[in-house]
Design a protein around this ligand. Sequence first.
Ligand SMILES: NC(=O)c1ccc[n+]([C@@H]2O[C@H](COP(=O)([O-])OP(=O)(O)OC[C@H]3O[C@@H](n4cnc5c(N)ncnc54)[C@H](O)[C@@H]3O)[C@@H](O)[C@H]2O)c1
Length: 664
Amino acid sequence: MTKEQFVKDIRAGIPDTLPEPQAYDTTINHAPKRKDILTEEEKRLALRNALRYFPQKFHAVLAPEFAEELKTYGRIYMYRFRPTYEMYARPIDEYPHRSQQAAAIMMMIQNNLDKAVAQHPHELITYGGNGAVFQNWAQYRLVMKYLSEMTDEQTLVMYSGHPLGLFPSHKNAPRVVVTNGMVIPNYSKPDDWERDNALGVSQYGQMTAGSYMYIGPQGIVHGTTITVLNAARKVGGNNMKLFVTAGLGGMSGAQPKAGNIAGVVSVTAEINPLAARKRYEQGWVDELHENLDELIPAIRKAVEEKRVVSMAYVGNVVDLWERLADENIRVDLGSDQTSLHNPWAGGYYPVGQSLEESKRMMAEAPEEFKEKVQESLRRQVAAINRLTAKGMYFFDYGNAFLLESSRAGADIMGKNGKFRYPSYVQDIMGPMFFDYGFGPFRWVCSSGDPKDLATTDRIATEVLEEIRKTATPDIIGQLDDNIHWIKEAGKNQLVVGSQARILYADSEGRIKIALAFNEAVRSGRISKPVVLGRDHHDVSGTDSPFRETSNIYDGSQFCADMAVQNVIGDSFRGATWVSIHNGGGVGWGEVINGGFGMVVDGSDDSARRIQQMLLWDVNNGIARRSWARNKGSIDAIKREMERTPNLTVTLPNLVDDGIIDKAF
Ligand SMILES: NC(=O)c1ccc[n+]([C@@H]2O[C@H](COP(=O)([O-])OP(=O)(O)OC[C@H]3O[C@@H](n4cnc5c(N)ncnc54)[C@H](O)[C@@H]3O)[C@@H](O)[C@H]2O)c1
């Protein structure tokens, strides 16, 4: 398709003539069939809901087709309307637009749906099994059309993938405001999601899927690297470390690469051969092994030779754990990144049956499937317990492994009603990173030019090295790891999809790097605007009691004020787009998370927005963590108050435990 045809197609939105039906492409990874949850009356409603996107002249043809999709897949994706042009992040100027900010958002959306990036691209799922950009292709088409015609005096309002419309606003307002999965709290059980999503009225946006900020597995490689690195440091000793985990999907696929960068031997189980092969072909995992008899000696040899290598076991993780325990292999670090935030609909495959059997069972016999998943989790935990008894350090990697295992009745509870094992946020990410404001800052070069990305890497390195000169001892270690990361990033070939980079940085780092990018765009050193953003999984972005806020100990870990305030605050301080989601990471109803995107275009306006918005975006969370009495945050927010005029944060007074004891 030519560039002109692409522009025409975008501008057309819902086409005037019915496109030809498209064959179901069996060469790509598809979403599993969803649960048949709607009543007959609700199915009629789902169809009526879907058809309201189209003129009546199409209804007679589309009604039976959509009814068939609902029956076959459990959802109406409107496959016929999937564009025939290639889906990838194009250079910004290729998008028809009246607002450059809107064009940048179009680029980000297409990146989230690129088949090299997305997990189930034809079902508009970017990662995590159910992390949706849109619910159907009509929504995609309408959104792209709106973005192509909107001005900087309008804001596009997005309700869970559905574009409510363009509303008049002003140039300092966000261009897009996104909500995903915002339901009334009492209707936020997993089956409510199944029903709402099947009806076409709500969606699970994960974190960066429904907020157009996913940058492929690189986004998580950095976080995973610093987690594995610090976990290995915690374990100590000079021996070669063996790290065992599961999942080579959207984000979990970063684990082997992170293992290599952290200098360990890693073994990652992945039951889906397509997912394993994809990561192998992308160079994210070094070896594929299908047979445990052959894998076990390979592990022993690599550890003995102290050879950094990443191996994938193409099979069920439970088989791997049980075999490792039986063979008495010393595992140093253990974790799991199957999609247990979504255990009943394809996030976790039970041991003892094939992928296909599981897919069939979850749709046709959901109760039996649930039993199998829970039995499998009990076995997995039992094997893990045998290895931790011999010294393995196991941590929950933010996928609700501990939570679902406890619900399954696995032997996972320790003393005081707490889990036996920590979450990575309790032990590592919280006290070392979030409490000081370090989080997954990222950017995308809208030119699509790798040279621009290399320039941004150099600029970020210079800025961090300058900051390091006067940094306090409590953050020097983090800065050093981050400087090392950004220096190596180009060599490590982390780009999949858009020309993007992730770099953990704190408030000072993020603001200074962003201002330096703005100057470089202004001077032409960087050829086109840079899009800034972050994962919702950050200092302030997410309230999630078993993950991001699991190291909040004042009882407020079940409150979501921080995430909601964050998005409201970002939106009036200069974000180009904002999003707030129910669910993401650990599951529907379990978390509220939010984020932003910001186009840096070299203007004075951009510089002001960077300063105002990034400061709030990080320090909201530090202030909250400080109020929760987290030591690092108390120090960090005091430093920020010294640096920043007009910032006054309420500080906690610490009470002596003896006084509390005497009071009862
Ligand atoms: N804390 C974090 O920073 C963080 C980062 C990434 C992911 N997560 C969480 O980790 C989970 C995974 O994310 P993702 O994007 O990779 O999801 P994903 O669904 O793309 O990948 C999970 C993979 O696990 C595989 N799998 C499922 N059951 C298995 C089994 N029994 N044995 C072997 N393989 C199995 C699946 O086939 C799939 O490829 C999610 O719950 C996510 O929220 C947390």
